[in-house]
Ligand binder design. Sequence first.
Ligand code: BG6
Length: 488
Amino acid sequence: MAFPEGFLWGGAVSAGQWEGGWDLGGRGMTMTDVTTGGTVSEPRYVTYIDKDGNHGKMWNGERLPEGAHYAVLPEYHYPNHEAVDGYHHYKEDIALLGEMGFKQFRMSICWSRLFPTGLEIEPNVEGLNFYKDMFKTMREYGIEPLVTIWHFDTPLYLVEHCGGWENRETIDHYVRYATTCFREFKGLVHHWLTFNEINNTIMFLPFTGQTTDEDYQHAYQHLHHKLVASAKAVQIGHAIDGDNMIGCMISGMPWYPSTCDPADILLSQHRMEEGVWYSGDVQCLGEYPSYATRLWKAHNIKLDITQNDLVDLAMGTVDFYSFSYYMSNVVTTHTAKDTVRGNFTAGVRNNYLKYSDWGWGYDPIGLQWMLEWAAARYDLPIMVVENGLGAFDTVEDDGSIHDTYRIDYHRPHIEAMSRAIENGVDLWGYTTWGCIDLVSAGTGEIRKRYGFVYVDMDDEGNGTMARSRKDSFYWYKRVIETNGEELG
Ligand code: BG6
């Protein structure tokens, strides 16, 4: 195996999916606090009270009806409220990660735990102390924090009352929040990611087939604001601490052509540009790529981009490229005979791959493909900061959990990373997703489990939150101990 000494083995969670404590410690609300649980076939809904006081629910992403406001309603269960209670279990969880030998733990800060509405000038001290203690605990176990500043959780107040990311002023609120993180956690944190899966903002637009040009206009402007906010944060983070390494985080999902028909090849290239490369190109190279004009023209997009924005984008390029990797997708200009549908996936079935219970096609070679493309395109260090299998686990009578399917998922992905390193990719780290079971972002389920650590909690909110070790826990511990030499 080709893993260099000091390779950053670890795992990842996000505040919204792990922390819980939604109404504790002065935290404000986020969109997930008003989002119900779903399944692979039943969407998650966002709940509200309309202008006449009636309860309502809508798809995530739909606009609130005139006069309505977001609300937690008694007839629904909101899985992110408690999540898996990392808020009270973080010491125990970090100790378990330490036992596995983690070198790095990727987690995120909940924006509204520091700035409850997003508009405050001074941060909430209780929130700051919570994260400081978490970082100190990690250091006791020799674990380096990798901190995502934004992982899908814009304060609800900013979304509801200020237009969220479509409003340019949100850039300033984010910058105030990011600056606070760099200042307050200076010396405790050196590795940062500005936005989780920033490209998701536009990647899924072509999925529904019903997206209007107006939707494209909103989404591209929203993304532009995030790209500027990211570039400003990178500059500030460097100015506050020269040791800070700040990366982008992209949903790295290959879009293969279904056939060797040149039209399919071109479609796959265009889908990669729109879905995957567009955001990373701006964050790594400091300007919009030439093909951006084609994308904007296709949907009559007229972006509000100021001269200062262009300067910020150029000055705020990232130090490393990171991405999540779960699966690949297939596109075609022909009528697909065999299709697949799951959460975050749709289109042509790839008969060379196996699919998970949630319709995600395992593709370890695709990880090597993604790594080698990104390395050639950006010539930057890379980290794979999410990868894993969401699966049903069974707890045996003696409490053991034999999750060989999870080990069988990770093993070939680790081998793929090793081959990429041999082929010249400067890969620094690997943080598996949901190293402790957590709430799925896509479906809101806990039974879609990714962890090496099991959490006793179900989708109706029943359980003790007790933690236990799965077979994969001992397996990953050995992988880390041997720096990837022993994969079982
Ligand atoms: C990524 C997100 O999209 O995929 C995570 O960064 C998410 O937040 C992960 O949990 C897996 O998706 P899901 O829908 O299985 O939770």
